[in-house]
Design a binder for this molecule. Structure first.
Ligand code: MLT
Length: 260
């Protein structure tokens, strides 16, 4: 069952969908929306259970469910084909979208994400985090998450960004976050899909990403034929927010190659 998503739909031109990571909301794309909307129609949903999109009781948050929600939103907006991009968990959802709807995908933007499923150890950590969220709300995991999100340079020079992300994490619904953690733990391995990606793809990663490694990005670049890779120096896991100028340059150049 797909869920109605809260979303922003700004600008006009070829449509681009940007999907946020965990446990964030659509506002992580504000710096990209600001530069893209001169030429593009940018749709930024809050994925199920996050931001302003509620999670109905007993509802799962698997990546495939989230991808189907996005497809249902595009149907509602009467948009057939899009460039779809995601940061981290948003990238897991973008992979699921491509698997389900390859003909609707005009291009892929894979930012600070990876195709693999969780390892056994990774799954066990997610399930511990679910327990912590259930007991202590988002405060139970916020500091652990924040430690991994930024480069040393960001921590030193951008305290306002660290505070903004802390607020965003604390404002996320614990039920939505728990469901997304379970969904990420259950996600399938999309590595097999990489050589089958036929649309243009942009891969972006922060050189200091502690959650996704530069070697994950290089693997996707090797396996997705004709893909572009941008490594942003001194950025961590939220490279679009830590280095918006470099991220936007890569994004705009990629979109230009699509003649979009
Ligand atoms: C995210 O930013 O979406 C998460 O770090 C993804 C993950 O935990 O695998």
């Amino acid at each position: 069952m797909s869920i109605d998503l809260a979303y922003d739909d700004k600008g006009s031109g070829p449509p681009i969908v940007l999907l946020h990571g965990f446990p964030f909301n659509r506002s992580i794309w504000d710096e990209q929306v600001a530069v893209l909307t001169d030429r593009y129609r940018v749709i930024t949903p809050d994925l199920r259970g996050m931001g302003e999109t509620p999670l109905p009781a007993d509802c799962a948050s698997e990546m495939t469910d989230m991808a189907r929600d996005v497809a249902a939103l595009l149907d509602q907006l009467e948009i057939r084909r899009v460039v779809i991009g995601g940061l981290s968990m948003g990238g897991y959802v973008a992979f699921a979208f491509y698997r389900l709807f390859p003909l609707r995908t005009r291009g892929l933007i894979l930012a600070d994400t990876r195709p693999q499923a969780d390892t056994e150890e990774g799954r066990a950590i997610r399930l511990q985090q679910v327990e912590r969220v259930k007991k202590g709300g988002m405060a139970g995991i916020s500091e652990v998450l924040l430690e991994k999100l930024f480069s040393a340079k960001t921590v030193q020079h951008r305290p306002e960004l660290v505070s903004r992300i802390r607020e965003m994490i604390l404002s996320t619904s614990p039920e939505g976050a728990a469901a997304a953690l379970i969904g990420m733990a259950a996600r399938m391995d999309h590595s097999y899909l990489l050589p089958q990606v036929l649309c243009p793809a942009l891969i972006v990663v922060g050189s200091e990403d502690k959650i996704v490694s530069v070697s994950d990005a290089e693997l996707m670049h090797r396996e997705i034929r004709g893909s572009h890779l941008t490594v942003i120096e001194d950025a961590g896991h939220v490279s679009n927010l830590e280095s918006p100028d470099e991220f936007n340059t890569a994004l705009l150049e990629f979109l230009r190659t699509l003649n979009a």
